[in-house]
Design a protein around this ligand. Structure first.
Ligand SMILES: Cc1ncc(COP(=O)(O)O)c(C=O)c1O
Length: 423
């Protein structure tokens, strides 16, 4: 730093005073940025976000009665666009590839989990929670989304994290999480997660606080309501002529929450008779690309969560929702070829797909999830000229990063994972 003012004519005393001054400015800037962040949290948690859904949420447009029974936190910018990927279509030789821009679901942090969190944070607020906890891998997108959006729903946040293969994007995610100052618990091994979740709840009770702890990915019927709404939104876009009635929807499946919600949603759209749900027309097949191991992503488990989600809708509406487990299972095809050697492991096909999307002006793909589904989409698109939809699940919003102080506060094992060199 001294180099910018160093001059042979300046004596050592002046230089050291200048160093002090630069240090002071740096500290002031740090404090200033910190205060700005705090101010924005106070602003967002002071009732700016309504506790019930607004008109932009497709589920409530079609089932207005749900407003009274289903709490919702408005976090995302809906609807997300559906774009034609013309260049990519040409690159793979005449396919008709489209993309649902879920990556743009929020300028704060987008991606598929914003929808999940609208439903879950609504439920947490209604239950009187003070804290919301995400559980997942060190670089979990779901955890980033949770901590960056929690303040907007008036919730404090925490993350219970377990190790994953180290990569630069995963480290950037962890750094982004820390910038929002969540409580952080290290879970040495994923096997211990249920005990840690129970511990967080009990410890909260002892302190007179309510802590809402999500399972990884918030894979539950409540969490799947967000993606169910997304599929109904897509059906509205088809109905409005914005895009064709897709034959296939391709996305990465990790915790199963998003895929199950979409499955339920396309069947609800069919009952409503909108978009691809025209009587007699075949519904789109959901091609879920496995990124986490069996049995987490077994087809039976995904279809079962979709079924439970439809059942929950039925209970909330107080009327039957005629969607069978069998019909949901029939709309699902699991693709396992792009899994590679494990969760978080890079595949060459994924890297090539990310390059192909980038060259064609598509959304950015991440190596853990969407690059693997991108690779599967390219194969499927080569084999058909029917319209096919890529569900862009990875946020494309710029990420904040942690200060040295925030990194310093981390549990030792997590800090080492963050700071050690990526090989
Ligand atoms: C970028 C991205 N794509 C896809 C998924 C899979 O979604 P789900 O866990 O709901 O199956 C995730 C989950 O975190 C994700 O972060």
């Amino acid at each position: 730093m001294t180099a910018i003012i160093a001059d042979d004519d300046v004596d050592a005393h002046t230089l050291s005073r200048a160093d002090e001054l630069i240090g002071l400015i740096g500290r002031f800037r740090g404090k200033y940025e910190q205060s700005l962040r705090h101010l924005s949290y106070i602003y967002y948690s002071s009732g700016v976000v309504a506790p019930t859904a607004d008109e932009s949420v497709a589920l409530f447009r079609h089932f207005g009665g749900l407003r009274a029974s289903l709490p919702w936190a408005n976090l995302g910018d809906w609807p997300t666009r559906v774009d034609s990927l013309e260049q990519l279509s040409r690159d793979v030789g005449g396919a008709d590839i489209w993309v649902k821009r879920e990556d743009l679901s929020s300028a704060i942090y987008g991606g598929n989990k914003v929808r999940t969190l609208e439903a879950i944070m609504g439920e947490a607020c209604a239950a009187g929670a003070d804290y919301i906890w995400a559980t997942g891998a060190y670089g979990s997108n779901h955890a980033v989304a949770t901590v960056l959006h929690a303040g907007r729903a008036g919730l404090s946040s925490g993350v219970a994290l377990f190790p994953q293969p180290r990569s630069i994007p995963a480290r950037e995610n962890l750094s982004a999480m820390l910038s929002a100052r969540p409580d952080v618990i290290n879970v040495a091994n994923v096997v211990g997660l249920p005990f840690v979740m129970a511990h967080i709840r009990r410890r909260g009770q002892r302190r007179g606080q309510k802590h809402y702890v999500m399972a990884p990915g918030a894979a539950s019927p409540a969490g799947a309501f967000g993606a169910m709404s997304a599929a109904i939104e897509l059906a509205d876009q088809v109905e409005a002529g914005t895009c064709p009635a897709f034959k296939r929807i391709v996305l990465a499946v990790g915790s199963t929450c998003t895929t199950a919600g979409i499955l339920a949603g396309i069947h609800v759209a069919a009952l409503l008779g909108i978009g691809f749900g025209k009587p007699g027309a075949p519904l789109p097949t959901v091609n879920a690309v496995r990124v986490t191991p069996w049995p987490v992503t077994s087809p039976a488990r995904i279809a079962w969560l979709a079924y439970k989600t439809a059942q929950r809708l039925s209970r909330l509406l107080g009327e039957p929702v005629d969607i069978s487990y069998r019909s949901l299972r029939n709309s699902l095809q699991l693709i396992t070829d792009d899994y590679g050697s494990g969760y978080g492991m890079v595949t060459a096909r994924g890297v090539r797909a990310a390059d192909a999307f980038a060259r064609a002006g598509g959304p950015p793909l991440d190596i853990v999830y969407s690059a693997k589904s991108g690779a599967a989409l390219l194969d499927l698109a080569r084999a058909t000229s029917e319209p096919i939809l890529f569900w862009a699940t990875k946020s494309s919003a710029p990420l904040p990063s942690a200060t040295d102080g925030q990194v310093g506060d981390l549990p030792g094992q997590v800090r080492r994972w963050l700071l050690d060199r990526v090989l």
